[in-house]
Ligand binder design. Structure first.
Ligand SMILES: Nc1ncnc2c1ncn2[C@@H]1O[C@H](COP(=O)(O)OP(=O)(O)OP(=O)(O)O)[C@@H](O)[C@H]1O
Ligand SMILES: [Mg+2]
Length: 181
């Protein structure tokens, strides 16, 4: 057995995401973790890779304890053996979901703030993100970021805004100019 996880727990404030997870993985085995968006799949992977510190439980890798008694153990062992592929959807990290979706309406369409706010609420409701409206991208799940980045208010300009410049604020201004011409 290559990986053995027992009683793994993780919570964000009041949100209990991993409620005592147990599983084992044999060498060469391919396992898919399925579940609805926001159910904790990425949290599980981040905890397995110790990018998030679990709140409890035990993780063994090749027979070595890498997490136990509330603490990471030999991280070198873990880093040598475990890799990760990330999800990323180019949301502006310093803006909430609402700001990310409304900025194109304000900058590109010159819409007034109140109108933008109502429209943004409607758009986020359509992609099941109404309860995450004030969250910043690093507090959204991968699928939630994906839905935010592909919501109708945003999708038409996202790729270009990212290719213009490394600075998100500057790129937004440049793109709004390009659009208005
Ligand atoms: N850093 C964080 N702070 C607060 N809440 C968080 C944080 N990261 C994730 N969450 C919340 O924890 C829950 C689980 O998120 P996670 O990223 O594990 O979901 P997921 O199953 O991978 O979803 P998806 O299929 O959309 O990628 C979600 O409700 C999410 O909003
Ligand atoms: Mg995910």
């Amino acid at each position: 057995m290559i990986l053995k996880v027992s009683g793994l727990q993780k919570r964000y404030g009041k949100l209990e995401v991993l409620k005592s997870i147990d599983f084992e993985l044999e060498k060469g085995e391919v396992v898919c973790v399925l579940g609805p968006s926001g159910s904790g799949k990425s949290t599980l992977l981040r905890c397995l890779n110790m990018l998030e510190k679990p709140d409890g439980g035990r993780i063994e890798l090749n027979g070595n304890e890498v997490f136990g008694d509330g603490k990471p153990k030999d991280l070198d062992v873990l880093r040598r053996e475990v890799g990760m592929v990330f999800q990323s959807f180019n949301l502006f990290p310093h803006m909430s979901a609402e700001e990310n979706v409304s900025i194109a309406q304000r900058k590109v369409r010159n819409r007034k703030s109140d109108f933008c706010k109502d429209r943004t609420h409607e758009l986020l409701l359509k992609v099941d993100l109404e309860d995450k409206i004030n969250e910043f991208p690093d507090r959204l799940s991968g699928g939630q970021q994906q839905r935010g980045s592909r919501s109708p208010g945003r999708s038409r300009w996202t790729p270009k805004s990212c290719s213009l410049t490394k600075s998100p604020v500057r790129s937004t201004r440049n793109w709004s100019k390009a659009c208005s011409m």
